[in-house]
Design a protein around this ligand. Structure first.
Ligand code: ADP
Length: 500
């Protein structure tokens, strides 16, 4: 590499804040992070919105501030990558660029009834699953776009006349950065809309008709690593926007899970597991989601995805509701102070259970209590529940994809917990690898953007740049593993169908 310094910028637009990270290609380190939170809007119970102009203002100001703080030269920027909260949609006027409604956020449940109606048609639901890899749910973008067209005055007519644009956050940010010159989305974001056929890699006409969405409002689909436009907002040098990916797929790439059978688990508020399944989509009988990991140079890599609704949030519950701890990090020492949970299991089904149980009426449970059960046992059982939840998903991924899990790469706040990581290795009977940098989501698009502009040569080059903080190897014997896991399954049974 030449003497000139090279930096890649990652724009990480999340659900609660917009961040900018600057990556130094010479030291392979993130040198600066600027975080800019924005408001959450709750117009009605179950509805969640963001103000798109606030998202853009937060993203842009964090970008400008991070460049100023790190004192890099604009000419040293070798590309911008964008990663984003997935499924959230914005509809805006093509001419003015003005949004016609707030962004409807992935968490928003306003279109549940619309989805329930479609679901009643079993053969249609099956077809949608075949085409998109998803299940019909208000979570995904299609019904959110339809809601805007049906509820904002004049929107449908304008859309049909080709005067409106609809897009996920990646699309909106590129549009703003290029001042309307590029209107694009990438495979990984498109794969979360319920409108994209993950086999043909195109918007699906039949689905567009079903959801009553004119095709002319949708962006052009591009790969995850290519120059999609240039921004001239930062000075007199045009900077290429050269990588895009939805947050979870970006983390999978940032963890260098490039080969079939490699998986990552993000232990954040919730838990997100994605496994690389290679060049073919695997439709999961366990209702895990099939998605596109990334497409680079004409080659598409698929992934299978499962999520745990409550992971780190159960540690917050120990802290804020039960007052058993003051800080999340205390749980490691408390859990390690006892040899086991003394038969206690905590099932954190506070909001129902997702994959593979899919029971919205399940509720949380603490079972197996005896007179000797104490605080340490409950804390330990709560940490263990995260590992059991991940095992539930990974076991199904292995079964559905017939792919062998090679190792699990961990990130997210709770991945800092050594007890949890060791217990996870024991439960899965495979190595858990924790990278040195916890910024795996941003790293994913740094890599994708840098590959397209020549800052990185190839995937092998990237594998060589990442460093690991710690590797956890399984130490539990098979009999103990099976006994503990059977106890978890029994505990889960007690929590199912609790609400009528
Ligand atoms: P998110 O991005 O979803 O907000 P983070 O990746 O920042 O989440 O992780 C925060 C979550 O991780 C919180 O729910 C917190 O309770 C949990 N957490 C953080 N540190 C630890 C720890 N050392 N042990 C267990 N849980 C932790």
């Amino acid at each position: 590499m030449s003497k000139q310094r090279r930096y890649i910028i990652a724009l990480d637009e999340g659900t609660t804040s917009a961040r900018t990270l600057i990556y130094d290609c010479k030291t392979n380190e993130i040198v600066n992070v600027v975080n800019q939170p924005f408001d959450q809007i709750y117009p009605k119970p179950g509805w969640v919105e963001h103000d798109p102009t606030e998202i853009w203002a937060a993203q842009y100001s964090s970008l400008v501030e991070s460049i100023a703080r790190s004192k890099i030269k604009i000419s040293e920027i070798y590309g911008i990558g964008i990663t984003n909260q997935r499924e959230t949609v914005i509809v805006w006027d093509k001419k003015t660029g003005e949004p016609i409604y707030n962004a409807i956020v992935w968490q928003c449940r306003r279109t549940t009834e619309m989805c329930e109606k479609i679901k009643r048609n079993v053969s249609l639901s099956h077809k949608i699953r075949q085409k998109t890899g998803l299940i019909i749910d208000a979570y995904f973008s299609a019904t959110k776009i339809k809601w805007i067209l049906d509820n904002v005055e004049g929107a449908r007519e304008k859309a049909e006349r080709g005067e409106l644009c609809a897009g996920t956050i990646d699309t909106y940010l590129v549009y703003k950065l290029t001042e309307g010159r590029s209107f694009v989305t990438d495979y990984s974001n498109a794969a979360r809309t319920l409108l994209f056929n993950i086999s043909t890699l195109e918007w699906d006409n039949e689905l567009l008709e079903l959801f009553d969405i004119p095709k002319c409002m949708l962006p052009k689909i591009v790969s995850n690593s290519e120059i999609v436009g240039y921004t001239s907002l930062l000075g007199n040098v045009d900077i290429p926007i050269s990588g895009m990916a939805g947050d979870q797929q970006s983390a999978l790439f940032g963890q260098c899970c490039f080969e079939e059978g490699m998986a990552k688990c993000t232990y954040g508020t919730g838990g997100f597991i994605l496994m690389n399944t290679g060049d073919k989509p695997v439709l999961s009988p366990s209702k895990l989601l099939t998605t596109i990991g990334w497409g680079i140079n004409g080659k598409v890599t698929y992934a299978i995805e499962g999520s745990i609704f409550n992971a780190g949030s159960s540690v917050q519950w120990l802290r804020d509701e039960l007052h058993l701890i003051e800080h999340a990090s205390e749980t490691e020492a408390i859990a390690s102070s006892v040899p086991d949970t003394a038969g206690v299991y905590v099932v954190p089904a506070f909001t129902g259970l997702g994959a593979p149980y899919w029971d919205m009426n399940a509720r949380g449970a603490i079972v197996g209590l005896t007179r000797g059960a104490n605080r340490s046992h409950v804390v330990r059982a709560t940490l263990e529940s995260m590992a059991y939840g991940s095992k539930d998903i990974l076991e199904n991924m292995k079964k559905d994809s017939a792919v062998t899990l090679k190792e699990l790469r961990a990130d997210g706040g709770a991945a800092n917990n050594n007890f949890l990581m060791q217990f996870q290795a024991d439960m899965l009977n495979c190595r858990i690898i924790r990278p040195s940098s916890i910024e795996t989501t941003a790293l994913g698009v740094v890599y994708l953007a840098g590959l397209a502009t020549g800052a990185f040569n190839d995937l092998k080059h990237l594998e060589e740049t990442i460093t690991f903080d710690r590797v956890f190897t399984p130490q539990m014997d098979e009999e103990t593993r099976q006994k503990k896991y059977a106890g978890w399954k029994k505990a889960v049974k007690r929590s199912l169908a609790w609400e009528d």
